[in-house]
Design a binder for this molecule. Structure first.
Ligand code: ATP
Ligand code: MG
Length: 490
């Protein structure tokens, strides 16, 4: 097969090629339902405002002073707050000042019966969106409410856009040639568009994180953040505060409130890597998040609502973990509803050449290096216990070691060259390191001969011995050509 054929049949699935509509985003239309918080001490006026604004389709919470309004704002998020200036207990200006300190505060409109330029200016300086003098027309009020709402939405959209830009640059290529991986990628594209929890399984280095990333990219959440955390890398209490965040004073050293990853991933995807390593206590907390889409920050009393899609990954057998009491069965039931199982690299040897070429082009910048046919054969026949990650490392190492522009078998690690060809049936073959030295040598000769289609000239070159030495060794080991060669299966 010619090189061009061999290497151009690979397909690069670039996630951004699948990005959905560019205009997907925040609704700015004038019939949006706005979450409004009112603080008005004149009870009748408050009730009229609530009734009229609700009739227009908005969600209105009514309070009668600044203190109660702040309490409501701590309980849930509002788009716009409508604050009277003069109120008992706590006035509007005071409430405004405190509201502005909150995470994602509402836009604030001030209302006053006795507008003086001075208080209005003070309110604007403190960050109020606008002010109104009473009495005001409900239509006029609604128009200003919409403007304030749109400003808040735009501010959020800007944040989303920023995260998207940084994200797009990082979008990885996924190299696929085997039917197995093609099927998996089409499944991935289908499940991506839903909000379903996805569990990605597979041996270490098979591309679980890459696929999780792709699911996010193919989803309607692609403009939102993609946040990943490994449940194995950090200690339990730290993982808890990383995930859920904490309130000031929740524990020694918690001086300021910190948002957790669940909150930061709002509108996007949270990738829980190595979920099998999560402690049982945290597992039950996670289960609650999955069921209610709400949680409490560590040391917090206010319920936080989130809209996050969860993707989990593991290289463990979670069913076995359940049997051993290490994993909650109800959590498994939740997360394994949709499983993407990535095959090991030895189960899809067709992917080896295009992956090797891809990594080679990546590390050698331009195309100065190329794989020799012999080196490619060695790689195809290896069992890759570390899967794609190992392949990537091997290529990077080979580029450093190679003295020529073509990567030869001797540039590859010894374990690849001494490896008995796998039958590619999915089992990890003998790694060739057992047995006597003689046995090892015999295996190596046999493997190189098979890779070269029993071309003794080529084989002796790879083995670094003369053709006559090879001939002698063949005779002493009693090696003859087998009927069916692993190379012919490719
Ligand atoms: N199909 C592929 N195309 C291109 N690169 C790939 C592919 N599959 C894996 N890789 C690369 O191989 C490396 C390992 O992949 P990844 O980190 O996604 O594996 P993993 O399954 O999450 O491994 P682990 O279980 O050890 O965390 C990464 O550098 C990734 O970019
Ligand atoms: Mg990983």
């Amino acid at each position: 097969m010619k090189d061009e054929d061999r290497f151009t049949r690979a397909f690069i699935l670039h996630p951004s090629a699948f990005i959905l509509s560019e205009t997907e985003g925040v609704e700015l239309s004038s019939n949006a339902s706005i979450k409004i918080l009112i603080a008005e001490d004149e009870k009748n006026l408050g009730l009229v405002l609530q009734k009229e604004l609700s009739r227009l389709g908005h969600q209105v919470t009514l309070t009668h002073d600044g203190e109660a309004a702040l309490g409501a704002a701590r309980e849930s998020e509002f788009d716009v707050a409508l604050l009277d200036i003069m109120m008992p207990v706590r006035g509007g200006i005071d409430a405004l000042r405190e509201l502005r300190q909150m995470e994602q505060p509402p836009e604030v409109l001030m209302m006053t019966g006795h507008a003086t330029v001075e208080t209005a200016l003070q309110a604007m300086k403190l960050g109020a969106y606008d002010y109104l003098t009473k009495p005001c027309h409900i239509r006029e009020l609604e128009a200003i409410l919409h403007k304030a709402y749109e400003k808040r939405q735009l501010r959020r959209e800007n944040l989303i856009l920023q995260s998207r830009l940084t994200y797009k640059e990082k979008a990885p290529d996924i190299i696929v040639r085997s039917h197995k991986m093609f099927d998996i990628m089409s499944l991935v594209r289908k499940v991506a568009t839903s909000n379903a929890i996805v569990l990605v399984t597979g041996e270490s280095g098979t591309g679980k994180e890459l696929v999780a990333n792709a699911i996010h990219c193919f989803s309607t959440r692609h403009a939102g953040p993609f946040i990943d955390i490994s449940c194995a890398a950090i200690q339990e209490t730290l993982l808890e505060s990383e995930l859920f965040g904490y309130e000031a004073g929740a524990f020694t050293g918690a001086r300021k409130r910190k948002l957790g990853l669940l909150e930061l991933a709002h509108g996007g995807t949270l990738f829980l890597d190595e979920i099998g390593e999560m402690s049982l206590t945290l597992q039950s907390k996670l289960l609650r998040v999955l069921e209610t889409q709400t949680f409490f920050r560590v040391g917090g009393v206010k319920k936080v609502e989130v809209d996050v899609r969860i993707i989990a990954a593991t290289n463990r057998d979670l069913n076995q973990y359940v049997e051993e009491g290490k994993f909650r069965s109800d959590l498994l039931f939740r997360v394994n509803n949709f499983t993407v199982k990535l095959p090991s690299l030895r189960e899809r040897p067709e992917d080896i050449p295009p992956l090797a070429e891809h990594f080679l082009a990546g590390v050698s910048g331009g195309n100065r290096f190329r794989m020799s046919d012999e080196a490619m054969e060695v790689m195809i026949n290896y069992s890759w216990p570390g899967n794609v990650r190992e392949l990537k490392n091997v290529i990077e190492r080979a580029v450093i070691l190679a003295a020529h522009e073509d990567i030869r078998p001797e540039d590859l690690p010894i374990e690849l060259r001494t490896h008995t060809p796998t039958n590619h049936a999915g089992t990890n073959g003998d790694n060739g390191q057992a047995g006597s030295l003689d046995e090892l040598k015999k295996k190596q000769i046999l493997s190189v001969l098979e890779q070269t289609g029993w071309h003794q000239g080529k084989a002796s070159e790879i083995l670094g011995i003369s053709p006559s030495t090879l001939y002698r060794q063949l005779k002493s080991y009693g090696l003859t050509r087998a009927k069916r060669l692993p190379g012919e299966m490719l």
